[in-house]
Design a protein around this ligand. Structure first.
Ligand code: NAD
Ligand code: WQD
Length: 343
């Protein structure tokens, strides 16, 4: 049986990916230190799939502990590396912690790949590496722009570490997936996103406002050069995103990659404005949302959406779920968490 090590596997995107891997008959070992997720996610995963993943509660900043996992599981075929700190604003306040966590975790895993002869890795990258793109939709060969946060910079440096270290590692292959804006939850509402504190991201803020936890959504700017003045992003359903990881693993295991280091954009290919997302939320859930327009958020870009044709043709993958279905899943998940908290 194919065995995949998933770091950050109790996190938001990781947990949805574990489900898809298990549904494809693969065995999963999770590493997570639970710094931004909860152990209960494991029950959510096994309620959906009927299978318990192996769980290693440990910190990837600890090289020895990381190697220990490979000693206990000598038959790992590939790694999917999600574990990282990911909050853009926080990364400005805690730059050293972000560099330490995101870079050392990757370095320790790469050393483990070399030592324990694991040949394949899928890495979680981000569309943030493109900065404000000059051409839309964004293709994989769009230039990398200077990062405007330590977080964004960790993704750029990680991609460089991967390329540089692969140069001396024959027979190994890495796929870096640049996610656009992942949103939504598993349709079962057994797993989803668990934001800590006040959410920075649009969709969790919308669902928490609709649930009465926040008074009002602030729309950051209506004076952008877009059809309705609000900023445009490419919102991709997290289950669609998870499926792209399975496709990437298959590509690596079947040795179909064209070079040692490959990059794919993961989005829907369609840009939506903030106002369009609000309207879609109201339409698909029947909730009316309290919102007001405020000034632009510092560092925000105007428009960003992916050219997904390379991922579509090479991975044989395409985002399938529409925005209404996706926002309904986010709302169902929010209601589920609220019900649990009030128990
Ligand atoms: P998440 O915080 O929900 O999941 C990350 C998981 O990694 C958490 O469970 C956390 O506890 C764990 N972790 C962090 N540091 C660790 C360490 N040193 N050792 C072990 N475990 C550790 O985040 P997510 O949204 O699922 O994101 C997953 C990946 O995708 C990250 O690399 C993130 O940068 C990237 N990404 C996310 C988005 C997004 O909008 N969510 C967009 C682009 C890229
Ligand atoms: C989306 C749109 C906001 C909140 C971030 C990271 C990026 C990547 C994905 C990891 C923007 C607007 C938001 C609110 C609003 N993550 N908005 N009111 O900024 O595209 O990207 O997540 O790699 O690196 O920067 O996502 O969800 O924060 O914002 O009007 O309360 O919603 O201005 O236009 P963003 P987001």
């Amino acid at each position: 049986m194919i065995k995949i090590l998933v770091t950050g596997g109790t996190g938001y995107i990781g947990s949805h990916t574990v489900v898809e891997l298990q549904e494809e008959g693969m065995e999963v070992v999770i590493i997570d230190n639970l710094s931004n997720s909860e152990r209960e996610v494991l029950s959510g995963i096994s309620s959906i799939t009927g299978k318990e993943p192996h769980f290693e509660e440990m910190d990837l900043r600890d090289e020895k502990a990381t190697f220990g996992v490979f000693e206990r599981h000598p038959d790992i075929d590939a790694i999917i590396h999600f574990a990282a700190f990911k909050a853009v604003g926080e990364s400005v306040e805690k730059a050293l912690e972000y560099y330490e966590n995101n870079l050392f975790s990757l370095i320790h895993l790469m050393k483990a790949m070399r030592k324990y002869r694991v040949d394949h890795m899928v890495f979680s990258s981000s569309c943030t590496v493109y900065g404000e793109p000059d051409v839309l939709p964004v293709t994989e060969d769009a230039p990398i722009k200077k990062a405007n946060s330590p977080y964004g910079n960790t993704k750029q440096i990680c991609e460089e570490i991967l390329q540089d270290s692969l140069a001396s590692m024959q027979g190994k292959g890495v796929i870096s997936l640049r996610y656009f804006n992942p949103i939504g939850a598993h349709e079962s509402a057994l797993i989803g996103e668990l934001p800590v504190g006040v959410p920075n991201n649009l969709v969790p803020f919308i669902t928490q406002t609709a649930a009465g936890l926040r008074e009002c959504l602030s729309v950051y700017g209506d004076d952008y050069n877009t059809s309705d003045g609000s900023a445009v992003r490419d919102y991709i359903n997290v289950v669609d995103l998870a499926k792209a990881h399975v496709a990437s693993i298959r590509r690596l295991l079947n040795q179909e990659q064209k070079s040692q280091f490959e990059v794919f954009n993961l989005g829907t290919g369609k840009g939506l404005s903030v106002f369009e997302v609000i309207k879609a939320f109201e339409r698909s859930t029947g909730q009316s949302l309290n919102y007001k327009v405020v000034g632009r958020r510092e560092g925000d870009i105007e428009k960003m959406y992916a050219d997904t044709s390379y991922a579509n043709s090479e991975l044989g993958w395409k985002a399938e779920k529409g925005i209404d279905e996706t926002l309904r899943s986010a709302w169902k998940w929010e209601q589920k968490i609220r019900a649990q908290k009030s128990e």
